[in-house]
Design a protein around this ligand. Sequence first.
Ligand code: PMP
Length: 361
Amino acid sequence: MGRVWNFSAGPAALPQAVLEQAQRELLDWNGSGASVMEQSHRGKRFIAMAERAEADLRELLDVPDDYAVLFLQGGATQHFAQIPMNLASPGDAADYIVSGHWSEKAASEAASYARVNVAASSKAGAYLHLPARDGWQLDPAAVYVHYTPNETIHGVEFHDVPEVGAVPLVADMSSNILAGPLDVRRFGLIYAGAQKNIGPSGLVLMIVRRDLLARPGRPMARIFRYAEHAAAGSMLNTPNTFGWYLAGLTFQWLKGQGGLAAIGERNRAKAALLYDAIDGSGGYYRNPVEPSSRSRMNVPFTLHDGSLDAEFLAESEAAGLLALKGHKALGGMRASLYNAVPLAAVEALVAFMADFVRRHG
Ligand code: PMP
């Protein structure tokens, strides 16, 4: 079996050029005679690679010097807890904007460490739209505002950064980081599990304003304290070396693609192609999300007749279109269109969808 078009929500498709480079370098990385996975993270070669990865990321996102870039572990889920441990002291309040499954989970995990104020929620509307900004009940005493710019399961995405005044904005960008240009200065802390737009799972990228690292948080072991990770250059303990390396290759690939403006344009075109196919299908396919809240990255959709789902999945897989099954919470289908999914993949998907309609009526 050759490579297929991969619409997985995560772990997701990686750029083929990145995988090929990793394959070429697997046995003998950088003239060292060993794999990158088999060497010390304290070695000169690894440190040079790690520094280059950080520099490339800083260039891509124009990360200012007063922000630290951290290469951490634990998945985004661990940081649902670790963020309030670091940014809130016992008794402090934190605002959470709940716009889908993942922000709901982030709020619930934070409740062990902060007084969580759900400042807005679109749960009553089945997460089919973003909570309207003018209805947010922000707590004036909150020590940060957390939101999830892209909800991977519900397929809703903020297309602007919300204005929340001087309170640091914390964003779980697991499923839309690097999907287009971003003004990092609008954020106090950005974090993302790597397994969608960056690299393999097991790596978490964090961009955090350095002044926030001085917050006392609460008594905790050093391994949980972001300031310690920053002081140690993300090498407080052994980092995910292979993940860091692959992330670095992805950053170089992104630069070669023309950077985030170019990739953002491409992502817009990919999403438009699929949404137009869904909306133009006369109700055969349906995406229920309010159009202005629709995600560029994750497109859930249903068939007009759910009894056709199994056939759609079997036939799409046979046609080389992988992982279109929707999340169990929503059923139906979901196509994830991360950076490494080319326009040709979306063209193949919409052609398959049209053909499916012709054959199944
Ligand atoms: N946040 C978002 C937006 C996600 O999509 C996911 C995973 N799909 C998570 C958090 C959880 O990530 P992890 O499994 O790395 O903990």
